[in-house]
Design a protein. Structure first.
Length: 251
């Protein structure tokens, strides 16, 4: 259960990919700490279900159904979202399978969503942040942008790109008062993957994590709140790994 506080009171936050998984969790997290929310995803019905839950924290919640890979949709976002203080750039997809069987459509779908759209969503909302002299952008990367795993080539490449994108935008936009940081989760248990972790393959993977456990969604709360709030006002271009020590595990 997330405790309520006023750490983000008066802040307006956009969360992309907010209809499920990490995005839905981040939406409730920010609302529980005082933020007004703009929830963005393709599926309006799923968005509305998340919004209904988030409204229990007593702060305004707006839902916008759009495709972040579509330039016309992104243009609408800038108008519909209004003045934005925080962007949680979370929308992402994965296509699994051997590299030899990876299709051009697989590649384009993943890179367009995870990297290209992330840049253009940030670019769309940044002018408003620049004009107000402040803004916090948190890009959701992955430890797979820093280390390798088989069968997710386009995803890993996209997340490595997200890390470089974070640092590049941090450098360019610091003069405008816009901070750009990233969170890089390790293996986190969600409703979508929980069946895998009870298999032999899943249990073997957990044993490779130094803490010998999966991450829970709540393990991301502290790092996300740090980067989204003024507590990190002297941080930009940082990438926070939240992975139980996976990145420092022995080869």
């Amino acid at each position: 259960m997330m405790s309520s506080s006023s750490q983000l009171l008066g802040k307006r936050a956009v969360v992309t990919g907010a209809s499920s998984g990490l995005g839905a969790h981040f939406a409730e997290l920010l609302a529980s700490h005082g933020a007004d929310l703009v929830l963005v995803a393709r599926r309006l019905d799923a968005l509305d279900a998340v919004a209904e839950k988030v409204r229990s924290h007593g702060h305004p919640v707006q839902t916008i159904s759009l495709d972040v890979t579509n330039s016309d949709s992104r243009a609408c976002l800038a108008v519909a979202a209004g003045a934005v203080d925080i962007l949680i750039n979370n929308a992402g997809v994965v296509r699994e399978g051997p590299a030899l069987k990876h299709t051009e459509n697989d590649w384009d779908t993943v890179l367009d969503t995870n990297l290209k759209a992330m840049f253009f969503v940030a670019q769309t909302l940044a002018p408003g942040m620049r004009d107000r002299g402040h803004g916090a952008i948190v890009n959701v990367a992955s430890i797979l942008g820093l280390r390798q795993a088989g069968g997710v080539v386009s995803y890993a490449v996209s997340k490595a790109g997200v890390i470089q994108l974070t640092k590049s935008l941090a450098l360019e936009w610091a003069r405008y008062g816009i901070r750009v940081n990233a969170i890089a989760p390790g293996y986190v248990e969600t409703e979508l993957n929980q069946d895998f972790w009870v298999t032999d393959a899943g249990q073997a993977l957990i044993k490779r994590i130094p803490q010998r456990r999966l991450g829970q969604l709540s393990d991301l709360d502290g790092p996300m709140l740090l980067l989204a709030s003024d507590a990190s006002r002297y941080m930009t271009g940082s990438v926070l790994a939240v992975d139980g020590g996976h990145l420092v595990s022995s080869l």
